[in-house]
Write a protein that binds this ligand. Structure first.
Ligand code: HEC
Length: 414
């Protein structure tokens, strides 16, 4: 039977697929151009205005690429632009954010223990923070700081840490990491959309009009490009982090996120230096490993506490939870979930080999079970995804009870 929840879940899958594809295209072309740019050789007899060239071999042919620092003397007949890789990644990412964290805000975005927000307040903060963050960053870049790129980079890092901390004050750990990633990715795409491409267009227009383009446009674009270079790897970590509660569901998750940005720098620094044939800064690898060990340590010391459980048990259900808790059959479902799911989905899982509640889905209290209704329905009502390999012997009748309860709860709501 096809219902709205099932269609919605497939939509999420389709958009996620699209997002991963566009992100691969963007990051792939970005990595390619960074390496190309750093690897250019200055050889004799370059054409006028050319800065360097490189020979490459790939897929059965040889490529001969030359870079013009400001612009060639004349406008080339055909010009390939690289912008849709970035735009489509942001657009699909924004759609996914809305599907998962806005539409599913009751489960994934809002954390009642941190801030008593309504869904709409949470969504407003989510949207506003991404916009305001870009404005602050853009101001910084347009101030005199552009002349001091290292200081600018340090301030950008401070801004990211403040944002991570701030998100963690109000949102779930999972939403904190994802929003920090979305915040960073918004800066990156906005750099392409508002700065890099418009500057490139000015240069093209100058060429077409027979004017000599100003070198400053290229310089400004280059600074933004450099930021994007160092931000790429942390963004991927943050986007994938929702699979790893050990990273996001701990008290110090925002410090973990900060260290991830530093790891992005150490890893990129190694490859940037290698591609520029500037040596072999092998020290970056032990530095990266140390940062990663620090992350593991922070994750362990920030783990769940008994107080978290007590607070959850004492909490009154939200209106969203009440809708499911008051539907007929909730008591049966609670018994089923406590019997078949809670050994894994607990603050201290009792199942061998499970260190932390998988995906941080906690199913220990009635509130938690009610809140996760849609997930329970999808994972164990209409599919047999949970329990994995039916390890806890869930009966078909129990799945039917879950389906009926979910339908009743959502029917009365509509
Ligand atoms: C044996 C341990 C175990 C039991 C029992 C178990 N789960 Fe899970 N659950 C997992 C694991 C492991 C994952 C992560 C799966 C993955 O990463 O793809 C998971 C993931 C989930 C997710 C998140 C899925 C997602 O991709 O967002 C939900 C929801 C869930 N389980 C619900 C349930 C429900 C409901 C039950 C009981 C009917 C249950 N689980 C029983 C181990 C368990």
């Amino acid at each position: 039977m096809l219902d709205v929840v099932i269609i919605w879940d497939w939509l999420a899958f389709a958009v996620r697929w699209l997002h991963v594809i566009t992100a691969i295209a963007w990051i792939g072309s970005s990595f390619y151009f960074i390496a190309l740019d750093l690897g250019l050789r200055k050889v004799p007899h370059l054409p006028v205005g050319a800065h360097g060239e490189e020979w490459q071999v790939h897929g059965g042919g040889f490529y001969h690429i030359q870079k013009y620092l400001v612009a060639p003397e004349n406008m080339p007949e055909h010009l390939t632009w690289f912008k849709w890789e970035s735009y489509s990644t942001w657009l699909s990412g924004a759609a996914l954010l809305m599907i998962v964290y806005w539409a599913g805000g009751e489960l994934y975005l809002i954390d009642q223990h941190k801030a008593d927000l309504t869904l709409w307040q949470g969504i407003a903060i989510s949207a506003a923070s991404l916009t305001i963050g870009w404005l602050v960053y853009d101001r910084l870049c347009k101030s005199g700081l552009a002349e001091r790129p290292t200081l600018l980079m340090v301030l950008l890092f401070v801004l990211l840490v403040i944002m991570g901390w701030g998100y963690n004050q109000i949102f779930t750990g999972r939403a904190m990491m994802l929003h920090l990633g979305a915040f960073t990715a918004t800066i990156m795409t906005a750099n392409v959309f508002f700065i890099i491409i418009p500057n490139q267009k000015i240069v093209v227009a100058d060429l077409q009009a027979g004017r000599t383009p100003d070198a400053k446009y290229g310089k400004i674009a280059k600074l933004r490009s450099l930021h994007n270079n160092y931000l790429t790897l942390p963004v991927i970590f943050l986007m994938l982090s929702n699979h790893y509660p050990l990273a996001f569901a701990t008290q110090y998750n925002w410090i973990i996120a900060a260290l991830v940005f530093l790891m992005g720098v150490t890893i990129r620094h190694y490859f940037n230096t290698m591609h520029a044939r500037g040596g072999n800064p092998i020290w970056t690898w032990p530095a990266t490993v140390l940062l990663f060990l620090a992350i593991i340590w922070l994750s362990i010391i920030g783990g769940p506490e008994q107080a978290d459980y007590d607070a959850e048990e004492a909490r009154a259900p939200t209106a969203f939870e009440a809708q499911f808790a008051q539907a007929d059959g909730f008591e049966d479902v609670t018994d089923i979930v406590l019997g078949r799911c809670s050994m894994c989905h607990a603050r201290e899982p009792g199942w061998d080999g499970i260190a932390h509640a998988p995906k941080n889905i906690l199913l220990e209290t009635p509130n938690e079970i009610a809140r996760a209704a849609q997930q329970i329905y999808l994972q164990s009502g209409v599919s047999k995804a949970m329990p994995p390999a039916n390890l806890s012997w869930m009966e078909p009748e129990e799945r039917a009870l879950i389906r009926d309860w979910y339908k009743r709860a959502t029917d009365t709501a509509s």
